[in-house]
Write a protein of this length. Sequence first.
Lengths: 361, 414
Amino acid sequence: MNGLTHKALTWLDERFGAGAIEEFLRHKIIPIHRHTIWYYFGGMTLFLFIIQVLTGILLLLYYRPTPNDAFESVQYMMTQVRFGWLIRSVHSWSANLMIFTAFVHMFSVYFLKAYRKPRELTWVSGMLLLFIIMGFGFSGYLLPWNTLAFFATKVGTEMAGSVPIVGKWFLVFLRGGEEVTGATLTRFFGFHVAVLPGLCTTLLAIHLMLVQQLGMSVPPGVERAIAEGRETKRSIPFFPNFLLRDMIGWYAALGVLGALAAVFPWELGAKADPFAAAPAGIRPEWYFLFMFQTLKYLPSKVLFIDGELLGIFGFSAAALVWVAVPFLDRRIGFGRTTRFFTGAGIFVIGYMVVFSWLALR
Amino acid sequence: MKTAAATFLVLMCVLGSAGADSAKNSCVSCHSLLEDARLLKPAQLFDGDVHHQAGLTCVDCHGGNPNDESLNAMSPAQGFRGVPKKAAIPEFCARCHSDAAYMHPFNPKLRVDQLSEYLTSVHGKKLKQGDAKVAACVDCHGVHNILAVADTRAPVNPSNVATTCGRCHSDAAYMKEYKIPTDQVAHYKKSVHAEILAQGDTSAPTCTTCHGNHGATPPGVKSVANVCGTCHVFFAQLFEKSPHQAAFAQMGLPGCVQCHSNHEIVKPSDTWVGTGANSVCSSCHTAGDAGFKSSQAIAQNLAKLDLAIAQADTVLDTAERAGMEVSNAKLQLASAHEALIKARVNVHTFRDAEVQKITDPGLVIAKQADQAGVAALQELNIRRKGLGVALITIFVAIAGLVLKIRQIEAKPQS
């Protein structure tokens, strides 16, 4: 460390206590075992979120959230603004990759039982973050104001409106009126760039704080193997060893993003025409497909209950149960696994994959 | 024997209906029991007839007394008019159809000049000369099962008119004595007009659109342009101001049909203009004359613009398939397409300068669109090269990180 850097760090330490952070990083360790690879997906999701924030800010420089201008402003960005196409394509691809890595992170935590005591709140905050990320996807989908997005939003908000008692109110709240109009676009823009980022940042801070506070969880199977002497307890320092490995993943993600943006630029489609008939084959984004397909298969009435309503309730109940898993899986503890929850996790993944595939056929 | 049987049936009818409701129509109740198909059919068919739906009954045309259930119902004393002779049919129908006051309550929009028009037609004139083979009202509209023109089952509905006319006009034996061709309907069925009509566009022309319906007559040489011009207004106006107008009149040539034919009017092609194998200009113009040169220049201008548009289309499609955003350029190219359509219309000025006035700006637009497509493909190439450089940089950075990790972890832990 040269003299100037040392002086700068000392200056910062005197004012912000930067030394404490350095001290924390020096002592934070990451367990090493056969499942360590799954630890990287959390950091990868965070990296993609940072890309989203940066590219989103750049898009804001040109985007105009009105029905008359939204489509044209995105079109202008993609054709006239230098590297506008890259920023927009990276933003769209990164959003999808982020949801993918978030799902991988969530399932890895689930199967490695990392939600068990004392990390229940880390799991709950993570699940809430996942819902917020999906909200980002839903609200952002409408913003280019193209035909597919317009009708997909119409269908999506209609589903929300079918919930008894509060449904109508919720539909009007989401749309800013009875129909999907310019008011909906303004509202979704507000959710996308103000409400959701605010909530996301707060939850992310809590989530990261809990991760730092409680450290990385070691899977029960590994703990048992160490206790029985079949495995030795190994670890590496977070800084710089793990961080450098994390960075390899981030660089790889950056390469994948760049390749996707250059080879498959995100399509803009045709401008939305609210008076036109809905085009054939309207589908939501891929991460909503399994729900969409399930609702399609449900009959209009199941006994005396509306089929779609039953589906929505079913998914809401399943999501609640999923969030509450750390409090339900009480048998989990040192060296023990609960087969039921592992089986349920495999069933959920199978269900999502099969129903998404059916929707894409 | 037949008469005896008919009398028996009528008597049965009279006895069977004794004491029945006086509003009962004795024409239908008796004719329904007759064996002779000629007499039975009217009673069977009339239910679906537009006149029946309007509340009219047999007596409104044939007279007689529907309340009288004896044969006396059909006596002249009861106003019975019977079945009109062929020559009398137009006037028979016109008793009502030429009476505006009578027709108004049924359909205020219905014309009442059918008879006067019919009498000016070739059909009408020949009928008056005693030719009973020509078409009168019932030959086209039917009898006792007459349907409204708008009804797609009606023989006079636009979609059925060609078939209806063809029943006589395509029958070589029937038409032999008139010495006119019998291939009109066959030709018409190959035309662009028939094609559009078959697609359900009832505004597309059929026989009666050009020849008239009640006043059907073949358009003369002088009136062809007027007939076509009722729909193709711009073309007719341009032709009127063109050098061909006076020349065709002088040579006794019909206007539009000289190049486009009369019944087999197929979709025109740019190859009709110029001096190529398909050229219609060459049938009159010969090498060296002004018209020959002008047609060559017109053909070249059209071909140039058509080619420029096709090139731009290909480039833009390639760029679009590669994921480039070229919708603005595609929109721009639509203006060039419009220019080509306008230039094709302007061919009817038969002046190359008039066509060039349209094709030149179209060419500029097509070239701009083409350049936008080329620029998009170049940009795509740059993006791919940029991606290559970025991936190499990323790979080098990853390799550096791997080496750094190895270097750190190679040191003995303190």
